[in-house]
Design a protein around this ligand. Structure first.
Ligand SMILES: [Zn+2]
Length: 120
C-alpha cells in the first residue's frame, strides 16, 4: 500500500508557536494499492489511519500510517506501522504536494436580526 499526502506549511499563518516553514497539516490524498480487504476494513473503521505526531511536525519528519488503540476517556493512542499487520505487505508514504498558507482577507457585510416588542 502506498499513501500519498499533501504537506501544508504555515506560511503567512502566524501564531506564537510556528514559523513560516512549520508544518500546519499533513493531509492524506489517497491510499493506493490497498494490499488486502482487512486493511481496507481497518481504514474504513478508522482503526488504521494516517497522520503526523507532534514531534513529526516539529522535526519535519514524514507522517506515518498508524494503528489506533483506545486509551480511555474517548482518547486514542497511535502506533506507527511500516507493514500491514494482516498480510505483511510494506506500507509506504509519499509526499505528493507541498503548499504554504497564504493570507487572504475577506470583507463582508452582515445583516443582524433582532426581535422587539410590538403592540397588537
Ligand atoms: Zn494487507
Amino acid at each position: 500500500m502506498k499513501t500519498l499526502y499533501k504537506t501544508v506549511l504555515c506560511g503567512e499563518f502566524k501564531t506564537p508557536y510556528n514559523s513560516p516553514d512549520s508544518v500546519n497539516e499533513y493531509r492524506v490524498l489517497s491510499h493506493q494499492d490497498i494490499c488486502c480487504s482487512k486493511m481496507q476494513e481497518a481504514i474504513d473503521d478508522d482503526a488504521i489511519g494516517f497522520g503526523g505526531f507532534r514531534d513529526d511536525y516539529l522535526n519535519h519528519r514524514e507522517p506515518t500510517i498508524n494503528i489506533a488503540s483506545y486509551a480511555g476517556y474517548q482518547t486514542f493512542n497511535y502506533h506507527p506501522i511500516s507493514f500491514c499487520p494482516f498480510c505483511g505487505q510494506p506500507i509506504e508514504v509519499e509526499e505528493k504536494e507541498r503548499v504554504a498558507l497564504k493570507k487572504k482577507e475577506h470583507t463582508r457585510t452582515i445583516t443582524e436580526v433582532a426581535y422587539e416588542e410590538q403592540e397588537v
